[in-house]
Design a protein around this ligand. Sequence first.
Ligand code: HEM
Length: 474
Amino acid sequence: MDWPVVGVLPSLIGRIHNFNDQITTFLAAYGCNLKAQGPIASGMRYFATCDPANVRHIFTTNHANYPKGVEFAEIFDIYGGSIFTVDGELCRQQRAMFQSFMSNPQVVALMERSSRDKMVNGLLPFMIRMASTRTPFDMQGLINRLIFDLTAIPIFCVDPCCLSADMPSMHVANAMDTVMEVGLIRHILPPSCWKMMRRLNIGPEGKLATAHKQLHGFVREMMEKMKARSTEQDEVSAVDIILSADPAYSDGSLLSRTLLNYMVAGRDTVGTTLPWVFYNLAKNPRVVSAIRKELAPIASLKTAACISNNGTSTMLFFEQEETKDLVYLQAALYESLRLHPPGPFERKKVLADDLLPSGHKLHAGEIVLISIYAMGRMESVWGKDCHEYMPERWLSEDGSKLRYVPSHKFMAFNSGPRMCLGKDIAMAQMRTIVAAVIWNFEVEMVEGQSVEPKLSCTLQMKNGLKVIVRKREK
Ligand code: HEM
């Protein structure tokens, strides 16, 4: 796949529609590690890996030698200076600030309240309407609306109301998708090439420039709404916490980039994961039955939490606290994240020459691509049934406990000092959403559709996930 002069570029572009699967095939064929080169004179030298021993070395043992690097920060310039794009001391400060936001008791309470409210007054009533007329709908689109609202509310203390009955335009979410789609192109092309397009404002770069304007406009609009809200509300937003932690953020542009980065952290991840969870569940009815069996004892105790819809139907919503010990449900989510991680790859830069546990030598300036997607599908890591959706692999023999799986083998939430800071919140959010949907509804995929990832830095579905739902007889 390495061509003279132009290097790996033609192979990548030729197979780009199937980017993650192609990398998986190559890595499986080359024993989890692969060197490749970009076009001559581009200076792009790649090392691709999905080898857990190398990943532990890169992300933990010698992580200081593997920053994200300035090229990564340039690719995601819209988030420049904020948590995803910085390394070293700046990153430590940003992580501390994010943690003080996520652990603030008022923020935690607001997240729980809004999660319940959106399910009870938004998602479940919408699904009841679709069920009553057997109308097919796009589950990914619906989840996107829900997660956009749930992510924005604690950041701005304002509800963008994407899940309201009139289904408003999702241009801001679409602009966030554009950042990830053009991000993939920027990862692949030599920087001089995409920077030229940016200067000329053409092709994907023209689309990205429009997306940037829409995203900064969204932040301005939300901040204005935030200022205008009732002063009696004692809620604390991310904006309040950031401004009180560091006055440097009163420069509006850094604050805007940081808030957009917080939006990505919550939205692009959970919003991308959940449609794949429903896809995997629809394909594996025995897993759905096992989750329902686990929910049944809680459901039978719940009468007070019943949601009445015009007196015609009763829906159950499970609180976060009620789902926290449901190991099978948790295993079903991990198993979906193994096969369909929302961030399918990571990128690191080599600072100084180094020797990896696999025996490969890396040179300063090289780019390391870590395929999280491929790692989840390697027979050498997960065994012969690695392509099957099997939550049982996460459970102890008697099924009563979750097995310990090290993060350098299951990379969906990253590994080492830059591990995801929202894992527990994300898992809690996903447990309650999946529990409510599958307890109350049968979800069937519309036949004949092609469900595949789009070309992007995230694993969003290209054509969505069309489903038909039916209310369950319990
Ligand atoms: C299914 C859900 C999620 C998955 C699979 C996930 C995965 C990840 C991954 C792979 C990274 C590393 C990104 C990188 O290095 O470029 C990361 C970082 C991060 N995540 Fe998550 N995430 C999820 C949900 C969330 C949520 C809901 C939040 C916030 C509420 C969050 C907050 C963060 C933050 C702040 C970081 C930055 C850490 C750093 O760069 O040091 N994540 N996450």
